[in-house]
Design a protein around this ligand. Sequence first.
Ligand code: GLP
Length: 252
Amino acid sequence: MKLLIAENYESLSKAAAHIVAQVVTAKPTAVLGLATGSTPIGMYRELARLHREEGVDFSRVTTFNLDEYVGLPPHHPQSYHTFMQEHFFRHVNIPLEQTNIPRGDAPDLQAECRRYEAAIAAAGGIDLQVLGIGGNGHIGFNEPGSDAETTTRIVELAQSTIKANARFFESIDDVPTKAVSMGIKTILAAKRIMLLASGEAKADAVRRMLEGEKTPDVPASLLQLHSDVTVIADKEAAALLSAETKNSGRLV
Ligand SMILES: N[C@@H]1[C@@H](O)[C@H](O)[C@@H](COP(=O)(O)O)O[C@@H]1O
C-alpha cells in the first residue's frame, strides 16, 4: 500500500481532494465511492473550493456511499444522506439522481442490499473508493469479523463504534445499532482505494492495517489484498508506524 504522511489535517485534506480531482478530471464520468465521518469533511470542503474556483466538474460523476444507519430516513439530521448533502453534494454541481446512498429505511432491507450491489455493477464499478477508518480498524461499517467475501448487507455496530458516534446524537440511546454497509468484497472491487486517517485515536488501527497480518479482526488490514491503495495519514495517525514504514511514505 502506498503511504502519504501529511503534516496536519489541512494538508491531508488537500492531498485527498487533489487525488479525487485528478480522477474526475481524467475521467469526467468517474464513479466515486464516498465515505462519511469527520475525517473526510476537510476533503469535501477542499473539493467544493476546487469546483468553485478552479472549475472541477462533477456534472457527469456518479457516487456511491459506503453505508447508512438502519432506521434513519434520508431527511433525519444524523443520516448519512443529510451528511453528504451538507458537506458535499450541495456545494458542487452533481445532479442528485447521480448520487447513491443505501436506504436505511427501506421496507425490505435485504432487497435494498441486493439493489445497491446491482446498481454499483450497472454503473460499471467504482473507480476510486474513499475510506475513513474506525479506531477498531473498521472500514465503512465493516466491523471486526467482516471477511473479504462480504458484500452489501445489514451489520450490527460494535459497542465502540456506537460510543464513538454518540457525539453526533443527543444521547447514546439514539445511535442506531445497525447499518446497511458495502462489504469488504464490494470495497476491494474498486479500481483504486484511498483511505484517510487523522489523529492519534487512529494510530493503532493504522499500524495494524499497514503492518499487521491480513485478518477480519482488523477489516482495514484486508486492504493489503488490493493492488492500488493509497493511505493518507497525518502525523498523529502515523505515529505508531515503524521507522521503515514511515520512511517508505512520502511527505505531503
Ligand atoms: N461508517 C463510518 C466510517 O465510514 C468512518 O470511517 C468511521 C470513522 O469516523 P471518523 O472519521 O469520524 O473518525 O466512522 C463511521 O463509523
